[in-house]
Design a protein around this ligand. Structure first.
Ligand code: IMP
Length: 501
């Protein structure tokens, strides 16, 4: 007879934290959000990989590329570069993150001199950038010809078909720096000459990068940034259970810090085969997470197989239709609570702590705090990061509002990769994810700062200054559906819906 769980499974929105005693030292400035990412033994100082904030970005085409990785590492977290791409292009992304020089930005909006003002306007609309580089071939590393900013043209006066070469500010009238310039020198040039943008060119006159005045303050201090021993940003990468024997060596060679097997269901022999391969080839030197699981059996299996961390969650992702399509999954909160108990039990028995990551279903900022309170060591988010400037999806205008594209790894758009493809007849394959829009939300740094500020504040309400303390002290309550309604604004008419504000 089938096994029935005693209670229904729940998700984050059904829980609240009940405040505890806060001493005078419980103020947000005293809270640290440092957390462990990879397994460690009792008595060891810390795990090999730690983070300064408990956020990692999802292994998804629409979320985690090298640009996201740099932006998130600056805020203390780790991006897991998507694996649904050729091995060489993923390894190249790793190399770009590892060789990234803080403050030097490669140009993302580029045109050729023979393109028109209409092309410039369309590009600005698409990327949201106000500075456009003009290069001989319209690429980010072409021979640099000049710059176009809003000072250079008046859309109301200029014929949209006017070639860029006629209104750009040409190289001869611009101050530039040579490749090899330090960030300090570049900033001095910017300040001494009252520039907004400093192009950096190589000896052949090709564009290498830009340094922007507006980034100055950010570069001065990124106290949370996550760096390796060589002062490069820390980066993760997703892998699959099919081409791992080629993909892992390529990623390791490129300098990846931590790997993660990306699968919607991880309680499988395939995952053990990947973990065995890594231990046989690299011993403990290569760090690798596995998943996803939603119960203690799945956790135990992967912990014993040697996973460095274990990802929890099936069917809770915003773009996910796995539960609808296949009828498998579990409420995210219940899954985290049970797996955290299994993790603690495993620690007691073996002296080995295997961190767990709550993956998917974070809708509100406080859901991250709830996940941590329930025992997660860190959270993986897709929708959250897809909304930011730094995600790979296009920014588009939909019904008068800016949106970013967000599509699931199991959608037709992303698939053709092994994760959801059982290898059978194509006609019999079905989607496990959708292609969608999410409201555009601006820069990652601004949004993450706000999310972490809310978390620190909640942790203070619970009397906790560290994530470990939160897990020990948190008191959680299930809420009724009526009290969920009470939790939002209610019985008032919101001003911005009256059309008067
Ligand atoms: P979100 O933070 O709620 O958007 O969830 C992101 C998570 O959804 C990812 O980390 C994956 O675990 C999961 N996911 C990504 N793509 C798909 C899909 O196409 N179907 C089901 N789950 C997906």
């Amino acid at each position: 007879m089938a096994f029935y769980f005693d209670a229904p499974s729940h998700t984050f929105s059904e829980y609240l934290l009940v405040p505890g005693y806060s001493s005078a030292e419980c103020v947000p400035d005293n809270v640290t959000l440092k957390t462990t990412v990879t397994r460690y033994r009792v008595g060891e100082e810390a795990s090999a990989v730690t983070m300064n904030s408990p956020l990692v970005s999802a292994v998804m085409q629409s979320v985690s590329d090298d640009k996201m990785a740099v932006a998130l590492a600056k805020e203390g977290g780790i991006a897991f570069l998507f694996g649904s791409q050729p091995i060489e292009s993923q390894a190249e992304m790793v190399r770009r993150v590892k060789s990234h020089k803080a403050g030097f930005v490669s140009s993302e909006s580029n045109v050729r001199p023979d393109q028109t003002m209409a092309d410039v306007l369309a590009l600005k609309e698409k990327t949201g950038h106000s500075t456009v580089a003009v290069t001989h071939d319209g690429t980010a590393s072409g021979k640099f010809q000049g710059l176009v900013t809003s000072w250079d043209y008046r859309p109301s006066r200029l014929d949209p078909q006017t070639p860029v070469s006629e209104f750009m500010t040409p190289l001869a009238k611009l101050i530039h720096a040579k490749e090899g310039v330090t960030l300090k020198e570049a900033n001095d040039i910017i300040w001494d000459n009252k520039l907004n943008t400093l192009p950096v060119l190589d000896t052949k006159g090709r564009l290498v990068s830009f340094v922007f005045r507006k980034d100055y303050d950010r570069h001065k201090a990124n106290p949370q940034e996550l760096l390796d021993a060589d002062k490069s940003y820390v980066v993760g990468a997703g892998i699959n259970t099919i081409d791992y024997k080629e993909r892992i060596p390529a990623l390791v060679e490129a300098g990846v810090d931590v790997l993660c097997i990306d699968s919607s269901e991880g309680y499988t022999e395939w995952q053990k085969m990947v973990l065995d391969f890594v231990r046989a080839e690299y011993g403990e030197d290569v760090k690798i997470g596995a998943g996803n699981v939603v119960d203690r059996d799945g956790f135990r299996f992967l912990a014993e197989a040697g996973a460095d961390f274990i990802k929890v969650g099936i069917g809770g992702g915003a773009i996910c239709i796995t539960r609808e399509a296949k009828g498998i999954g579990r409420g995210q909160a219940t899954a985290v609570i049970e797996v955290a108990k299994a993790r603690d039990q495993y620690f007691k028995e073996t002296g080995i702590y295997v961190p767990i990551c709550s993956d998917g279903g974070i809708v509100h900022d406080h859901h991250v705090t709830l996940a941590l309170a329930m025992g997660a060591d860190f959270c993986m988010l897709g929708r959250y990061f897809a909304r930011f400037d730094e995600s790979p999806g296009r920014r588009v205008m939909v019904n008068g509002s800016y949106m970013k594209e967000y599509w699931g790894e199991g959608s037709n758009r992303a698939r053709n990769w092994q994760r959801y493809d059982s290898g059978g007849d194509k006609k019999l394959s079905f989607e496990e994810g959708v292609d969608s829009y999410v409201p555009y939300a601006g820069s990652l740094a601004d949004n993450v700062a706000l999310t972490l500020a809310k978390m620190r504040s909640t942790m203070c309400n619970c009397g906790a200054l560290t994530i470990r303390e939160l897990q020990e002290k948190a008191r959680l309550t299930l809420v009724s559906s009526v009290s969920i309604v009470e939790g939002g604004a209610h019985d008032v008419v919101l001003k911005d819906q009256t059309g008067q504000n």
